[in-house]
Design a protein around this ligand. Structure first.
Ligand SMILES: NC(=O)c1ccc[n+]([C@@H]2O[C@H](COP(=O)([O-])OP(=O)(O)OC[C@H]3O[C@@H](n4cnc5c(N)ncnc54)[C@H](O)[C@@H]3O)[C@@H](O)[C@H]2O)c1
Length: 273
């Protein structure tokens, strides 16, 4: 049995992850962590997600260390917000608990902080800004396509629901990085985040990223390779958050056998490398 703690347990993703864990024969939820000021603290997570009591009470993140020592989960799954995820990962690492992180919006410094904690404490980790199987195949297609087409203009357009906190999406950033790497470009120099005013002619090197926010769009990414007289568009559309949750479940099973002290991603989980 794989024992799992979920941070962000009552959020959009966390609720669905808890729900899906209930249907896995080899998994069980043993801890549910929420923001320290959450009014849901003390409530049974099963009741919060509408499936009736399961005997796991929601705790505040300030008690994460104590909870991990008491419940000894195999994996902490984190779908919170960047600054919270960094602290949760550090606490998990110090307690020898492996991590699966889906939270997005990390700065380079925050990513380094997590990497160091994972390495120093020799835990196993999967971190991926997009856990959907289809998106990771989309990444692979982009890598292959970029190695064939090298003189088309690349633009990325992403659309998400109105509640999304960070922009552009982690998936759009990763898609841009994959393409930039194939072309030997540095995203710090060629990344253009939206355009406004008299911006002048586009350079051949730039990679534009544009974020649309509205309604309940689950997640859509279009990568456009535009040439003279034609364009090629590669599109991924997520219809439901279940697409991400299914990837989380695969990551939980994978992480237990992953390399210690290393951050694996969905490419590793899905054997796409
Ligand atoms: N990797 C993926 O496939 C994927 C897919 C969807 C969303 N995401 C990302 O996952 C994150 C969560 O998304 P969401 O839509 O579920 O957001 P959400 O706002 O619905 O849920 C986040 C939850 O985290 C809780 N939280 C805040 N601080 C916390 C802390 N210190 N400890 C524990 N919980 C804390 C919040 O109270 C909230 O319930 C975002 O960064 C989002 O971009 C990633």
């Amino acid at each position: 049995m794989i024992d799992i703690a979920v941070a962000g347990a009552c959020g959009r993703m966390g609720s669905m992850i808890n729900n899906t864990i209930l249907n896995q024969e080899d998994m069980r939820a043993v801890a549910a962590i929420e923001a320290s000021d959450s009014p849901l603290e003390g409530k049974d997570i099963g009741e919060v997600i509408g499936v009736g009591k399961i005997g796991v009470n929601v705790i505040g993140a300030d008690k994460l260390g104590t909870e991990l020592k008491a419940k000894k989960p195999d994996v902490l799954v984190d779908f919170t917000i960047a600054h919270a995820a960094v602290e949760n990962v550090k606490t998990a690492a110090e307690n020898g608990v492996n991590v699966v992180v889906g939270t997005t919006g990390f700065s380079d410094e925050q990513m380094d902080e997590m990497k160091n904690a994972i390495k120093e404490n020799n835990i196993k980790a999967v971190i991926s800004p997009n856990m959907a199987v289809g998106v990771n195949i989309f990444f692979k297609i982009l890598e292959n396509l970029a190695s064939i087409i090298d003189d088309y203009d690349v633009e990325i357009i992403e659309s998400h629901h109105k509640h999304k906190a960070d922009a552009p999406s982690g998936t759009a950033v990763k898609a841009a990085q994959i393409i930039a790497e194939v072309y030997g470009r540095d995203m710090d120099k060629v990344g253009i985040y939206g355009r406004e005013g008299i911006v002048g002619e586009r350079t051949d090197e730039e990679i534009g990223i544009h974020a649309i926010r509205g309604g309940d769009i689950v997640g859509e990414h279009t990568v456009l390779f535009a040439g003279d007289g034609e364009r090629l568009e590669i599109v991924h559309r997520a219809h439901s958050r279940q697409a991400f949750v299914n990837g989380v479940i695969k990551s939980i099973r994978y992480v237990l056998n992953a390399d210690e002290g290393k951050i694996s991603d969905m490419g590793d989980v899905l054997g796409l490398k």
